[in-house]
Write a protein that binds this ligand. Sequence first.
Ligand SMILES: Nc1ncnc2c1ncn2[C@@H]1O[C@H](COP(=O)(O)OP(=O)(O)O)[C@@H](O)[C@H]1O
Ligand SMILES: [Mg+2]
Length: 377
Amino acid sequence: MSFLADKKNEHETACESAIRAGDGAQAIFHAAKAAEFCFALAQQTTGPVSASYVSTAEGWLEIAEKLRRKPLPPLTSATSATSSPTSPSSTPSSSTDDDEFLVADDTGVSFDDIDGMANAKAAIYDMVINPMLQPEKAKALNIKPGGGVLLYGPPGNGKTMFGKAIAHEIKAPFFFASGAQIRSKWHGESEQKLSRLIHAAQEKPVAVLFLDEIDGLLPRRTAESSAVDNRLVTQFLADVGGFKDSPNTLLILGATNKPWEIDEAVFRTGRFDEKIYIEVPDAEARLGMLRRAFKGVALEDGLSLDAWAGKLDLYSGSDVVGLAKKACQIAFRRSIDTDTAPVVRDSDLDQARHVIPSSITTSMLKQFEEFNQKRFG
Ligand SMILES: Nc1ncnc2c1ncn2[C@@H]1O[C@H](COP(=O)(O)OP(=O)(O)O)[C@@H](O)[C@H]1O
Ligand SMILES: [Mg+2]
């Protein structure tokens, strides 16, 4: 029994290593062997334990098949969703069963809507936009648009927004799924659904595939990792490994607030060639957000958005937008209560600041700095 379990684990690990090393034949061999030992374990056990070994075995067989590049089963929801695009304002996190992954034909968010992020925008120009605009020059230099990019940084600073804007800029459909959603909602079928999603995006001439909370999807392995965890990582590596040879352009964006929780293999194997740190906005970016939020709004004489932008250190983009909104609500209430003109005052922003404090902490930033040092320093 423990011999069988040891062999199963051995082949599972070997399969993943082979995928990382790009050795398809070995990967297929070990996936098939892992399945074989799972079936053997299923025969020696009974009830739910046995059933779970059977399902694990089937998972490994599927991986073996995938590695042989057998076309995946036809898609259900992703393709049907494409023909009825979701509105730009729809929240991707809605939890009905029929939108297991969200697809939008146009996200309606553009680069101009994003303040700051100059480096991130430049990296995306190099990786996808310019190679698509200048295909001949790119081809002459062996540059192919697309690939994998990891967007990481503290929450609320525009990772998701940036992903949507990229899709809009390159006029590509936006495929979205979050790691937590894949794990919790698709349990048992997580690998197959993830595969179908990747495959659906790969079939489009140009597409953006956004995998939010990718730390939840591809967690770092621990002694307690479940078979499902391991298979998800292995399957993901197998699926995205092939996209580089495709004539289509696929940009895979993985986003995370916790990059240190991601499986090492995801970094090592070149699946995410680019890693972009999405930082907390600086004063200039915060000013841009404030100007946008107060566009067309009457401000009290002497209220300086410049000065406010300077005061909001450690405010995330989402905090800044929330603060402005709160100030408008406070001004609105006063305007009604006192029957005066709807004007935002400095004191409204002061009051709003107490309701909406900054969500970023210095220890959070330190954690990112340490990660950057360790990983890329
Ligand atoms: N750089 C930015 N420029 C403009 N708005 C931003 C920016 N960063 C964050 N925001 C605002 O905060 C909201 C939340 O950002 P989001 O993309 O969900 O952050 P993340 O995915 O990094 O957690 C956005 O919808 C937008 O209103
Ligand atoms: Mg997000």
